[in-house]
Design a binder for this molecule. Structure first.
Ligand code: ATP
Length: 558
């Protein structure tokens, strides 16, 4: 599927609009239209229901080490600035950026593309650098050799095969692969490492300034206080609100560890290169769980959440092989993490064989709670800068509050370990839109096969669940159809349409992904039955008019 077609459908049918479009738009910001808002809301509601409100806390769920509780939270977007100091975002949440001396253009290091990418969102057009000897092109940059290294126990021949495929080399170019140089790993970041190994000059962008860090948090000012005193930030993730409220939740409820605290909400990142539709936006929504457990149990819980979250995305309709669960290699892990897996989707805008992250599941140990208790007093254990006061003592400390937990049964006191499944609602909605987009054929009103565009959303996620049509606008059919429409609308979004040929009405609903259409016709007036048409199978069955609401409800929630 070409991405342009989906982008055009989204605009045409009211899923997504560029923010502030009448003023030329604002890069990295998107508005959800009437259908888009239903789609994203359905995704968030399904997540909340499946993870939190409908969670069974009495029994051990399949794969879980024990029963556990789940509660929700809704925290502010602006928090005390010290939260971000202790979380590490103030000092470490940075992207690398360079400027081209010749073209004056700015480039950011794009981990997905694995190269320096122009900040105007277009492919780099910098002057190609002449390298001696045979050179070849890797994503627009010229190289004379690719260095690869093994991953785990994989045989060299397999690595070579994958390297050839990844870099689109032909057999005769095999000598351009080498195992004796600086190492890069063969996954999506290998081109990145390769660029870093050779330096930005090797990317063909001309002479670049030294890479420098750019903090992705949006600064803002609280009240009338100017300068550092009033300086605050829009949250770049919802997670920290959960950590700083851990004690409040434990003290104010009867929940006991193991417990998950969930939050859905907006996050903001001043991405240097927003791109790929909503995939990399500057304002987006996250669906995050911080799951607190005993350190000895944490590995089992990590495995549980890794599998549970993958299964959930599959249930949402991402059931094909475009969705993968990828465990991070040891050298990709954050310094505090003993395990991270990404759920990734093969978005159509990515090169073949590459995937974009929908959700990360990380074993974070006690890093966050400990940071908010103690601050970062040891620069060797965490690279945060510790400012010292005149008395030589650290100026910057944690909250000083005790965020440890005492188990009432065993009386043991410990700092819980945390497993964090952190998903993006916008990336999720985008993956669902990409997966749903289908071009096939269906018979028109005269029975002739015509190409049709349909959005094959899972019924639970579909913005409109059912549409009702009177076959013709006479003989009392509209009245019967309107009554049915009103009855359906009390339960979920439904649509009424009496305009044009019925085949055309079906097509319009296929295009917005409505799973079921009900037609009231002459026979309805005789025997009180209606036609129920299935969007995907195109099967039409007659059901009793009186059963229609219940039947649709069963199908969309079942
Ligand atoms: P990336 O490496 O793609 O920038 P990340 O690893 O920084 O993502 P996390 O910090 O783990 O992302 O955030 C959790 C989730 O939030 C991501 O899996 C993604 O779904 C979503 N997310 C993060 N940044 C953005 C963004 N700029 N636009 C839309 N969604 C985002």
């Amino acid at each position: 599927m070409e991405m342009e077609k989906l982008v055009s459908l989204c605009r045409r049918r009211g899923f997504l609009f560029q923010s502030s479009e009448i003023y030329g738009g604002l890069n990295g910001f998107w508005d959800y239209g009437p259908l888009g808002v239903e789609l994203k809301r359905n995704l968030k509601d399904a997540w909340w229901r499946d993870m939190v409100s409908a969670h069974d806390d009495l029994d051990t769920l399949a794969g879980a080490p024990s029963p556990y509780e789940m509660v929700g939270l809704d925290c502010t977007i602006i928090m005390h600035p010290q939260v971000w100091k202790n979380s590490g975002h103030h000092d470490l949440f940075v992207d690398e950026m360079v400027d081209c001396r010749e073209s004056k253009k700015r480039y950011r290091y794009d981990q997905v593309l694995g190269r320096w990418a122009s900040c105007d969102g277009k492919k780099s057009q910098g002057p190609p650098k002449q390298l001696s000897g045979p050179t070849f092109d890797v994503k627009g940059a010229e190289y004379d050799k690719i260095f690869v290294t093994s991953i785990g126990e994989e045989p060299e021949s397999e690595i070579e095969r994958r390297a050839m495929k990844h870099f689109k080399l032909r057999a005769k170019d095999a000598d351009k692969l080498s195992w004796d140089g600086p190492a890069v790993t063969l996954d999506k970041i290998n081109v990145a490492d390769f660029d870093k190994t050779l330096g930005p000059d090797a990317t063909g962008l001309g002479t670049l300034t030294e890479p420098r860090d750019f903090n992705l948090m949006f600064p803002t000012t609280i009240g009338a206080l100017a300068g550092e005193e009033g300086r605050a930030f829009l949250r770049p993730e919802t997670a920290q609100g959960i950590f700083v409220n851990f004690k409040n939740v434990i003290d104010s409820t009867r929940v006991r560890v193991p417990v998950g605290i969930a939050q859905v909400g907006k996050s903001f990142r001043n991405e240097i290169t927003p791109r790929n539709f909503t995939f990399r936006s500057r304002e987006f929504e996250q669906m995050e769980i911080e799951f607190f457990c005993h350190p000895d149990e944490s590995r089992k819980w990590y495995e549980y959440w890794r599998n549970r979250r993958m299964a959930w995305w599959q249930e949402m309709g991402l059931a094909g092989d475009r969705l993968i669960l990828r465990d991070h290699h040891a050298d990709e892990l954050s310094h505090y993490s003993t395990g991270t897996a990404d759920i990734e989707y093969a978005f159509p805008f990515l090169p073949e064989g590459e995937y974009g992250e929908l959700e990360g599941i990380a074993h974070r140990g006690d890093f966050d709670l400990r940071s908010h208790m103690e601050g970062k007093l040891d620069p060797n254990s965490c690279p945060l800068t510790v400012q010292l006061g005149e008395d030589g003592k650290p100026l910057h400390r944690g909250s000083g509050k005790d965020l440890t937990y005492r188990d009432e049964v065993t009386n043991e006191r410990f700092t819980p370990h945390v497993i964090e499944p952190s998903a993006g609602a916008d990336r999720g909605a985008l993956a669902i839109l990409c997966e749903a987009y289908t071009e096939d054929t269906a018979p028109d009103d005269k029975g002739k096969e015509q190409t049709r565009l349909s959005m094959k959303f899972h019924p639970r996620i579909a913005p409109i669940k059912a549409a009702v049509f009177p076959l013709v606008k006479k003989d009392g059919m509209p009245e019967v159809a309107k009554d049915l429409y009103r009855a359906l609308k009390k339960k979920f979004p439904a649509f009424y349409d009496e305009k044009g040929a019925v085949g055309r009405r079906y097509r319009r609903q296929d295009e917005v992904g409505t799973p079921y259409c009900i037609t009231v016709d002459g026979q309805t007036l005789d025997d009180k039955t209606v036609t129920l048409r299935d969007r995907d199978s195109l099967e039409q069955v007659r059901i009793r008019l009186d059963d229609a609401v219940e039947e649709i409800e069963r199908r969309v929630t079942g």
